[in-house]
Design a protein. Structure first.
Length: 259
């Protein structure tokens, strides 16, 4: 009787055994993996980049600061509803949430706290910077460009009780920057922006009787002081104070600061 011929599909090749003759592994046994080829399955931190260089490790100084040179710094947040006003020596920009530390240095000065109130802690200043970041009428005054040191704050806020187009000008500057004309330059630039871009008809400013630096500044701007003092203009130590009111119309501003 002739043996059954082996087909080509089941015929073992030279030097190999048939698959049917291989012993089956017992049930539940773990399959042994073959060792990886050199450089094929290395951990991600040990793999080489496409250019053949290994990834750099952050420097010790960067690790202490918590910043890695491999990652780009987060972009600073910006209130896109407010304009950045560029002046010859200064820049007026919206507040950022990262301004809390410099804002604390401003609001803890005795000369500033006497008029605006003293900040109690750094956390309070950080909270203020978060609130002012969303504001539509408060600018941070920076020396140089918008990344320069914060030296003061300015506000041009609406006065609805006075009618449409009337805004109040207020400001505060660090005493270290007094006497250089920065307050005059920034207030003049902000008023020019208000009259030209915000359809402002009149600017109003309030000042205490004893605040001689602000009185001189408002007079240099060209604002006109009202004849009678106004009671209840602003709060100081929880009490309403009486002071001077200064006004500035569009025509007066254009006559005083025409190019």
């Amino acid at each position: 009787m002739c043996p059954t011929p082996i087909s080509r599909k089941t015929r073992p090749g030279p030097g190999k055994r048939a698959a049917a003759s291989l012993p089956k592994p017992p049930a539940g046994a773990r399959r042994r993996k073959s060792p990886p080829r050199p450089g094929s399955r290395l951990p991600p931190r040990l793999r080489k980049s496409r250019k053949g260089s290994s990834p750099r490790r952050p420097s010790a100084a960067a690790e202490e600061d918590g910043k890695s040179p491999l990652l780009p710094p987060p972009p600073p947040t910006r209130n896109r509803n407010m304009a950045i006003i560029t002046l010859p020596r200064l820049t007026l920009r919206p507040f950022r949430r990262t301004d809390g530390k410099e804002l604390c240095q401003l609001l803890t000065q005795e000369a500033v706290a006497r008029e605006w109130g003293r900040a109690e802690s750094l956390e309070e200043c950080i909270h203020l910077s978060l609130l002012w970041e969303k504001s539509q009428d408060i600018w941070a005054c920076c020396l140089g460009d918008q990344e320069g040191p914060l030296m003061g704050k300015l506000r041009l806020s609406p006065l609805p009780e006075r009618g449409k187009g009337v805004r109040e000008l207020s400001y505060a500057f660090h005493p270290a920057h007094w006497g250089h004309g920065y307050a005059l330059e920034s207030c003049q630039g902000l008023l020019q922006y208000g009259f030209a871009e915000q359809q402002m008809k009149q600017a109003v400013a309030f000042c205490g009787f004893s605040n001689e630096p602000s009185i001189r500044l408002l007079e240099k701007l060209g604002m006109k002081r009202q004849k009678e003092p106004r009671p209840g203009l602003f709060l100081r130590e929880g009490q309403w104070q009486t002071g001077w009111e200064y006004t500035f119309s569009r025509r007066q501003f254009e006559r005083r600061w025409k190019p």
